[in-house]
Design a protein around this ligand. Structure first.
Ligand code: PLP
Length: 410
């Protein structure tokens, strides 16, 4: 998997079939998607529908695609130029201010290879050598990161609030901090729960972290993917967090370029930025020049296309709910406020290993609950595809998880 965006000769470029060139086109065929060579479509066998890893089934955003084409024409494939000359810092700060009203000093932005590399660097450079709290269910690599840096992992299960929404269990996070943990890995918005945390939830976290002099690494990679009805509050935009927060984000989810390797760390203070920048090159060297080019194009010219993506994802969220209620009513879910990922509870279907059964019987690949530190009666479904394919995905899930269901023919 090389992560490049290839085009099949004779296919449309970026725009949708209605002829609007800025509108995202999710109507690719299975064959076109397989031809990209990307992980989502290459990993499963050809008879299996992929609804797993967080990549979208969409044609490239035209301004991003154009910037990449021009950069490859110029052969911009050497070692990347420093952030201060590429425009990455200014583009990141400008996007964060414009989109979320979060005023960021470009000097606080530090380029890194990807979000997980940025989180690892932050842990190693800025965080105490003490246990690390990870709320579960969790994006799987968070569960590996503490140990990788020589720190103990403390899993803290999420809970439900009075309204029934999944939320952080701040009481138990406080207890873990009281027992010696000093860092919290936050995903805001959350994968796989799909929550865009509100000021009260984030404020409660800030207070318990502040009390022990701990730190928060806030992974905001899904921030551009907050859907209608919710808003993204950057943790660092909250009063009283600057001294303990480091934010890591990337254009890679929202503009579908995760193979290009470019993420951004936003330090909480100038002193933190200095410490991060003074890490040896071998600790932070993964940014690619094409990733920088794509990111600058996405942040400066990719807004209208992103808005089209959000409209589409809102429709897919609704469609998934309708299809699930109709074809697999024993499954339950809380529709996500952000991300294009649905976290589904299949315990009432009786399937103890729901994702494995979906793969074996339904030939549809979704992510099993165990990967997120949850029970395998849960699974995660990727909704970022066409309505037609999402319907096939739910049909296959229903065939696999309905008692006596027969393997699908289509
Ligand atoms: C919460 C979260 N963080 C990080 C990543 C991956 O980021 P990267 O590939 O930049 O490490 C993902 C990918 O889906 C994610 O959902």
């Amino acid at each position: 998997v090389d992560g490049t965006v290839r085009e099949t000769p004779g296919t449309r470029q970026g725009g949708d079939p209605t002829g609007d060139p800025g509108r995202p086109d999710f109507d690719l065929t299975d064959e076109e998607l397989r031809a990209t060579g990307n992980a989502k479509w290459s990993y499963p066998p050809p008879d299996t529908l992929p609804a797993w890893v967080a990549e979208m089934d969409v044609r490239p955003c035209p301004p991003v695609h154009a910037a990449l084409r021009e950069a490859t024409e110029r052969f911009t494939v050497g070692y990347p130029a420093p952030d201060r000359v590429t425009g990455l810092r200014e583009a990141t700060a400008g996007f964060l201010t414009e989109r979320f009203g979060w005023r960021v000093d470009p000097d606080l932005v530090v380029g890194t290879g990807d979000v997980m590399a940025g989180m690892r660097l932050t842990l190693e450079v800025l965080c105490e050598r003490a246990p690390v709290v990870v709320p579960v269910p969790s994006y799987p690599p968070f569960l590996e990161l503490p140990e990788l840096t020589g720190r103990e992992l403390v899993r803290v299960p999420c809970t439900r609030d009075a309204a029934g929404r999944p939320t952080l269990d701040v009481g138990r996070i406080a207890a873990a901090l009281g027992d010696g943990a000093r860092t919290v890995l936050l995903a805001n918005p959350h994968n796989p729960l799909g929550r865009a945390f509100d000021p009260a939830e984030l404020g409660a976290l800030r207070d318990v972290v502040d009390r022990v002099g701990g730190r928060v690494i806030s992974d905001e990679i899904h921030a551009p993917l907050v859907l209608a009805g919710a808003r993204h509050l950057p943790y660092a935009a909250l009063d009283g967090t600057a001294d303990h927060v480091t934010t890591v984000l990337a254009a890679s989810k929202a503009w579908n370029v995760p193979g290009l390797k470019c993420a951004q760390i936003v330090a909480g203070t100038a002193a933190d930025a200095r410490r991060l920048r003074s890490a040896p090159l071998t600790a932070n060297h993964g940014t690619s020049p094409l990733g920088i080019v794509a990111t600058v194009a996405a942040y400066t010219a990719g807004g209208p296309w992103l808005d089209g993506v959000l409209e589409h994802l809102d429709r897919m969220r609704e469609l998934f709910g309708t299809l699930l209620a109709d074809r697999l009513p024993a499954a339950s879910w809380t529709p996500p406020e952000a991300t294009y990922l649905a976290w589904v509870d299949a315990s009432a279907t009786g399937a103890l290993q729901a994702a494995d059964r979906a793969l074996a019987v339904g030939r549809v690949m979704v992510n099993p609950g165990r990967s997120f530190g949850a029970a395998d009666t849960w699974f995660r479904v990727n909704l970022a595809t066409s309505a037609e394919r999402l319907t096939r995905v739910v049909d296959r899930l229903a065939a696999a998880l309905t008692a006596g269901g027969a393997p699908p023919r289509g």
